[in-house]
Design a protein around this ligand. Structure first.
Ligand code: F0G
Length: 458
């Protein structure tokens, strides 16, 4: 019999209680947190969709690996396991362990960057852009045009515009730090990148003699989309697809907090010896010795095992289809979404959901608050709270989109948790015209979304 039901391909061995609160209690918690989900206590959250980063449930094998961790300062056995696993996957000679993605970014972009340098990506993730700009360099995003339209269907909306890349490489000849392909494209809605696009980018980089790097934190999820959407890839395993993509690049940066199924960890992988030597020097100064970086032995064990488990076809199928299940149910009830549904998250278009709330009253933040108050669901605004700036006259320069991200932690929530979220959205749709926006009453100069205080508008 061919079943239609996609089951979680794991049993639960250890549980973490969720403390269930009432709507009345949450109204108070939200007020105490100044209507900012970053200021909520996680104990007061029922379903935490703030991020898929570092929030995975580890497997029994990973927990067993934790006990096997070799905490030696140099030459640790756990390091050998991690290095072998990453090397087999990436085919890169030099592997540098770091405590998370942005530590690897600081090392490589700090070294390659500097004033006058240019970096080009399908979309730089925030920390990638921040590390590049912190070095004095410039970060340019060139997603394909289809990637900027939330409602448009396209199988690989995360692709880079290769024609624009060719032009930019000519224009900035001699000043390009690196070309970075983010798979999947997180800031572009978790959309996948095709193998053909990666091949195109690699060929152009080779022709211009510039370094090609992968930001590969969700490369296993990306492989699922390639296998099921790209011609000629049906017969290739998920792991082989990832290996083929790594083979095209000169290096890779990974936040292992995503597709390596660990709560903390990352790495930088490189092919070139001279570049690796320079980066290892920086690693030793700022992270730790070359055989542990910023990680303990037990972290490295769990990471090595997580990198194997992520390519389990049953896991990946469940992962992508369960995100799709949530997205499609919401789509069917008319919730405006970023389409097609990406791998790790569902993105709601709050501008379309609440057309009566102008950007300066933050429609995304209104939905974030509504989801928490109604159901204890914590999400994050990716719109004018996060990316808005002020014009010279003090008016808000809104972000291009007002999105709310529902990022799904790996192996953590079951079908009934997802049903609970779907039920909540049915209520959200009923009340949509009565929802009001918010104003910011206190904000820091940088990265205001983390700590800003809001007040609902009456
Ligand atoms: N690159 C991408 C594409 C990411 O999504 C992230 C983190 C990083 C790099 C940085 O890695 O957090 O380990 O330092 N994304 C998280 C998120 C924070 O919620 O999307 P890190």
């Amino acid at each position: 019999m061919q079943h239609k039901t996609v089951i979680e391909p794991f049993r639960i061995k250890s549980v973490e209680p969720i403390s269930v609160s009432t709507e009345q209690e949450r109204t108070q918690y939200l007020k105490d947190a100044h209507y900012n989900p970053f200021l909520l206590r996680s104990d007061n959250v029922i379903i935490d969709f703030m991020t898929d980063s570092g929030t995975s449930a580890m497997s029994a094998r990973q927990w067993a690996g934790i006990m096997e961790g070799d905490e030696a300062y140099a030459g640790s056995r756990s390091w050998e396991r991690m290095e072998k696993e990453v090397r087999d996957l990436t085919s890169m000679r030099y592997i540098l362990p770091t405590h998370q993605g942005r530590a690897a970014e600081r090392i490589i972009y700090g070294h390659l960057g500097g004033k006058g340098k240019v970096f080009i990506s399908n979309t730089h993730f925030d920390t990638t852009r921040a590390n590049i700009e912190f070095s004095g360099a410039t970060a340019i995003d060139i997603p394909i045009a289809e990637g900027k339209d939330t409602a448009l269907q396209h199988p690989f909306k995360g692709n880079m515009d290769v024609a624009a890349l060719d032009l930019l490489l000519k224009e900035h000849k001699g000043h390009v730090g690196a070309v970075i392909l983010t798979v999947t494209n997180n800031s572009g809605g978790g959309q996948p990148v095709s193998m053909a696009n990666a091949e195109g980018v690699a060929a152009i980089c080779k022709r211009h003699g510039v370094l090609f790097l992968l930001d590969c934190c969700r490369i296993a999820e990306n492989s699922w989309f390639i296998k099921h959407r790209e011609e000629g890839m049906e017969g290739v395993t998920y792991r082989e697809i990832a290996q083929r993509m790594f083979a095209l690049a000169d290096g890779a940066v990974m936040s292992a907090k995503k597709d390596a199924l660990v709560n903390m960890g990352g790495f930088l992988a490189l092919k070139d010896e001279a570049l690796a030597e320079a980066c290892i020097n920086l690693l030793i100064i700022t992270e730790g010795f070359a055989t542990y970086g910023g990680l303990s032995g037990r972290d490295m064990e769990a990471l090595a095992i997580g990198l194997q488990e992520i390519f389990d076809p049953h896991y990946l199928d469940y992962r992508i289809k369960s995100t799709l299940f949530l997205g499609m149910k919401m789509h069917e009830m008319g919730v405006p979404l970023m389409l097609p549904i990406g791998g790790h998250a569902v993105y709601v278009d709050a501008k379309k959901l609440y057309p009566h709330i102008p950007p300066e009253q933050y429609p995304g933040q209104a939905l974030v608050c509504e989801l928490y108050e109604l159901a204890g669901i914590r999400t994050v605004e990716i719109g004018s709270v996060m990316f808005g700036t002020y014009n010279a006259d003090g008016s808000l320069q809104p972000a291009p989109m007002e999105l709310v991200r529902l990022a799904i932690p790996r192996r953590v929530y079951t079908q009934s948790h997802i049903e609970y979220v779907i039920e909540t959205f049915a209520e959200i749709m009923k009340r949509r015209e009565y929802i009001r926006g918010l104003k910011i009453i206190k904000e820091p100069r940088f990265l205001r979304h983390f700590t800003a205080h809001f007040e609902p508008l009456s």
